[in-house]
Design a protein around this ligand. Structure first.
Ligand code: SF4
Length: 332
């Protein structure tokens, strides 16, 4: 974030480290707090770099206190939501890479907003730093980051890639690569580019249907041009080269994609592939007529009987609309 500033004032290396340390490791939110920097330098920074990068509009905490959803506003006036999910052994931040999303999956609240703004790498990282500041007060840390908030990461590839670089950089946020998960609906051209960048982060693919026909119905904008056949060609090459397992997200919609037949088709599709299926119970909301499936356990059983690894994603914060597929509903 400070690159141009560093260049302009030809700052010595140790000053750059101090600044990065204050911002990315100590999570200081203003230049005034950066006490190791001379006052004159802090004044210059304040003049040239506007902090905070995202303004907090509202913050809600779920009844069980485990989920916090924050609504941010960008300098252009778009809204972005991010969620912190607390568990015993981990604190996961779900970040957005866009305000809204152009993909328009028919069950997704964010998709109904359309694309409002692509976030830059610093705005993406700022969402994580915001929660890191809160956790720091409790002597806790952000342990995991998932790009599963608003937006399709592969349609904001350059900014997403740069944000990953900041997060991995030892001089900056410095988190382990396997603690970051990028989730994509499968926009193939950019997915290939991203995989070739070889960051080593985890990959999740929003599958949601075992057949081309059903996927075309649920995710029409992405599925028709990025067919399952082509998508699996890219994913198979990736697993062959890396031996890394891919997570497949599958939101269960009652009467749409949750039958015994669908489970068998999904097992067949993923047979002999390094895969983990993450079943997601649909969070019913007033925007859509879709209903939560009653077949979650049966669906899981059918997959497991066919040796497909499967988990059911714990739902976080549906009382504050912070759960999967709900971001973007409650705009102010
Ligand atoms: S599911 Fe993901 S890709 Fe589809 S509309 Fe929602 S945010 Fe976009």
């Amino acid at each position: 974030m400070f690159t141009n500033f560093f260049k302009k004032y030809k700052l010595p290396k140790y000053r750059i480290s101090q600044l990065n340390n204050h911002y990315y490791k100590e999570f200081l939110a203003s230049f005034d707090e950066m006490s190791t920097l001379p006052k004159e330098l802090r004044e210059k920074l304040k003049k040239e770099i506007q902090l905070p990068l995202l303004k907090v509009v509202s913050s809600q905490i779920s009844k069980d206190q485990n989920t916090q959803k924050v609504l941010f506003k960008t300098s252009k006036g778009s809204y972005v939501e991010s969620v912190l999910m607390r568990e015993k052994d981990r604190n996961t931040v779900c970040v957005s890479c866009m305000s809204g999303c152009p993909v328009g999956c028919i069950f997704c609240a964010t998709g109904q907003m359309g694309l409002e703004e692509l976030l830059n790498e610093h705005q993406i990282v700022e969402q994580i730093l915001y929660f890191a500041r809160i956790l720091k007060l409790e002597s806790k840390k952000v342990t995991n980051i998932v790009y599963m908030g608003m937006g399709e990461p592969m349609l904001n590839l350059e900014n997403v890639a740069r944000s990953v670089e900041i997060l991995l950089d030892k001089e900056m946020f410095d988190i382990g690569k396997r603690r970051i998960t990028i989730s994509t609906a499968g926009y193939i051209p950019n997915l290939e580019k991203f995989l070739n960048m070889k960051y080593g982060v985890k990959l999740a693919v929003s599958l949601h249907a075992p057949t081309q026909e059903l996927r075309d119905m649920l995710m029409p904008n992405i599925s028709r041009k990025n067919t399952l056949k082509d998508l699996f060609e890219v994913l198979d090459t990736y697993t062959e080269e890396t031996n890394k397992r891919i997570t497949y997200e599958y939101v269960l919609l009652r009467g749409i994609n949750d039958s015994v037949e669908h489970a068998k088709e999904l097992a067949q599709l993923l047979k002999n592939r390094l895969a983990l299926v993450n079943l997601i119970d649909y969070n019913e909301n007033s925007c859509f007529d879709f209903k939560k499936s009653k077949n979650t356990n049966l669906f899981k059983k059918i997959l497991e009987e066919r040796n497909i690894n499967c988990t059911v994603r714990k739902s976080y914060g549906d009382d504050i609309k912070g759960a999967c597929g709900q971001l973007g509903v409650a705009k102010i």
